[in-house]
Ligand binder design. Structure first.
Ligand code: MN
Length: 286
């Protein structure tokens, strides 16, 4: 019998691992063994709910895009491209790190709840320039009893203008009580993460703070809820590139990650400067 495929159709449920980031309680859903990625999505933290103001000082990234999505509250993003951009619920902040960027994230206080995700960049763009996009008016669609906002890619005929470097989808799903047959791209692998309430996806109950891998090859998934619920659907073509991840870096080798860490320690031009009153985050011990 062949070994189980990491992109097979199995339904694996992941319970968020509790951590604290920038003073805020988070539930880490990716990367987790054995399925570390969903398409190019390689990191997913659910933040809050909390009344603690998020305070993440300047820190570097390489080889990934950060996707910030809030359900409640406000966070100000400042980066080494001199962008200062508040983000509020229903808006998308998308930062592309490429060869190197640095940013700080500062909450304004009051209730905060949301998610931050990373998308691994492919070989073709990961050595390129950093970039930042803010989208306030994302496309929406209705399917069954679900209102969809498309963050990245396309679903149910609605296309997001946000940059993506590999075939990818990311969408917020707001479910009302009832049942929805949500169309999916069968060439993608998918997962659903529940942010609020409870959802039954493909026959499996998924609670807030949990992620269900849906595998690949599905042309749709059945979703239902008894009460209003909020979830994120993520998916994409299986990456096919072996990732190395450490701290805030995504690369292909340990050496590359170490090199990026040394560059941050040396205050290299590679990451630029961030106009933030918060303290610079040091490289963790390895
Ligand atoms: Mn960051």
């Amino acid at each position: 019998m062949p070994a189980a495929s990491p992109t097979g159709p199995a339904l694996d449920l992941v319970v968020g691992r509790a951590e604290v980031l920038g003073g805020v309680p988070i539930a880490r859903l990716l990367p987790r063994r054995p399925r570390r990625t969903v398409g190019a999505w390689c990191f997913l933290d659910l933040m809050g709910p909390t009344d603690v103001a998020l305070a993440v000082g300047p820190h570097p990234h390489i080889g990934l895009q950060t996707v910030t999505w809030l359900l409640e509250g406000e966070v100000v993003h400042r980066d080494s491209l001199s962008v200062e951009q508040p983000i509020r619920p229903g808006q998308l902040n998308l930062m592309t790190a490429g060869h190197g960027v640095a940013h700080a994230e500062e909450g304004v206080g009051g209730p905060l709840r949301g998610a931050q995700l990373w998308v691994a960049q492919p070989e073709g763009t990961r050595h390129g320039p950093a970039a930042f996009e803010h989208h306030e008016d994302l496309p929406r669609a209705e399917v069954g009893t679900t209102a969809i906002t498309v963050l990245v890619g396309e679903i149910a005929g609605a296309h997001s203008p946000a940059r993506h470097d590999t075939p990818l989808v990311g969408a917020e799903l707001r479910l009302r009580a009832g049942r929805t047959e949500l169309p999916l791209d069968p060439s993608f692998e998918h997962a659903i993460a529940v942010l609020d309430g409870g959802v039954v996806a493909a026959g499996r109950a998924v609670d807030a703070g949990q992620l269900l891998h849906l595998g690949d090859g599905r042309s749709s998934v059945e979703l239902s809820a008894d009460q209003p619920a909020v979830a994120l659907l993520i998916g994409g073509e299986p990456l096919g590139e072996g990732l190395a991840m450490w701290w805030n870096f995504v690369g292909r080798s340990r050496q590359e990650l170490d090199e990026a860490g040394r560059a941050w320690e040396a205050r290299s031009e590679r990451f630029g400067a961030v106009a933030s009153s918060l303290a610079r985050v040091p490289v963790p011990a390895r």
